[in-house]
Design a protein around this ligand. Sequence first.
Ligand code: AMP
Ligand code: ZN
Length: 486
Amino acid sequence: MIQKLQLYNTISRKKEQFEPLNAPHVGMYVCGPTVYSDVHLGNCRTFISFDLIFRYLKFSGYRVRYVRNLTDAGHLEGDRDEGDDKFAKRAKLEQLEPMEIVQKYTLGFHDVMRVFNTLPPSIEPTATGHIIEQIEMIKTIIANGYGYEVDGTIYFDVEKYSKQYNYTVLTNRNLEDMLANTRELGGQDDKHGRLDFALWIKAKPETLMQWASPWGAGFPGWHIECSAMSAKYLGQEFDIHGGGLDLAATHHTNEIAQSEACSHIQPAKYWMHTNMLTVNGTRMSKSAGNGFLPDELFTGNHPLLKKGYSPMTVKFFMLQAHYRSTLDFSNEALEASEKGFRRLMNAISLLPKLSTSEQSDFQIEPIRVNCVNAMNDDFNSPIVIAELFEAVRIINIVYDGTATISSEELDKLKALMSDFVVDVFGLKDEDSSNAELNDVLAMVIELRKEAKENKDYATSDKIRIGLQEMGIQLKDSKDGTTWSKV
Ligand code: AMP
Ligand code: ZN
């Protein structure tokens, strides 16, 4: 059964009933990374949030085509179509071809996404693979009167566009204020209006990545790639367009302008923005120098980190906040998430060991209903986690023998955990996936059992205490000995 979802639409600034243009099909476009350097944890938060949305839409019965691009050209360092091309600069620095840079950081990005157990998108198009589509779109924008050429560079005419359309529809800013806050055109500026932006940029002879176009050799501006690729794979009008909140004011505003100037259609019915990961209240970013790399976090190899945290702990930490809230990074918060995640995983590992009885002290359906309602209400993962901890409590007291559960309710409990923890959240037990550790511990537990049978309590205690010091707790019961991480 397809769920009725509410989602917060940035463009209307309120929660709306989700009604896809062509249910059960859903088209979702998310702005992907610029693959000129490693992704930091802030970038990961955005992609993990959209993975949650992708997973839940599929879980709810929708058939989703999820397009997430890779920006592999056309991204200048300045925000005014000036400065160096990030890829060229990096290529010089690392003494590589720009396409070697792209390959290196694309593979790195995919590795990180895999470590976080996110699902790959349905299509992952690149800017360099769609130069023709971008040129065609720019030609149409010029033909419709919204683009102009100055010496081989094409600009978008924001003033003309805003006479017919609302340029600030996404952010509701006042155009006059924006103009007042934008630097005046300098002597070297060729554009006509202060807010105009480049669709196509003329190459210099030394520009490493350049393509032939009707306006001479050049390369695309950053914004046009997403307009061209979303239209190509999802149509001129599609359901969801997403990205980090920092993209709304410029990149997405310009995307809407380009698409409307081309096809007269506002491209996405719902605009969704994820909030920022911050460090001491400041947005994590490459330029601010506070961007942890996922590897630094996993190993603890960073001055701000007390220790390393596993990928699933970090993912759980992110899911504990709603995607529209800011999330501040701290050792304390991660330590709390580590404990919470272990409790959840330990409880799940007990599920196959629970015994059932005729009588059930619990009904699982209300918990499932609360989880579904929370996710239907703009993907409220923190509420789902609170509900899952109610399930954890039930598992623990049934395991202790202080409460009973029927086999029917136990089946519901197992399905609840599998649906929300595994399918919707994409969490997995890193310990149980570590088959070698399991095997080694099984052997150690067997040796301890033998020691006890031989009344060699010194050895059996040594094993138990030694494991405890390593953070592994043994628990003896009539059915044998189990282990968990403390
Ligand atoms: P970039 O590679 O800089 O284009 O960023 C890729 C994605 O990460 C975009 O959707 C950004 O909005 C998002 N992003 C960048 N910084 C953060 C942050 N600190 N927290 C969450 N998302 C971010
Ligand atoms: Zn984009």
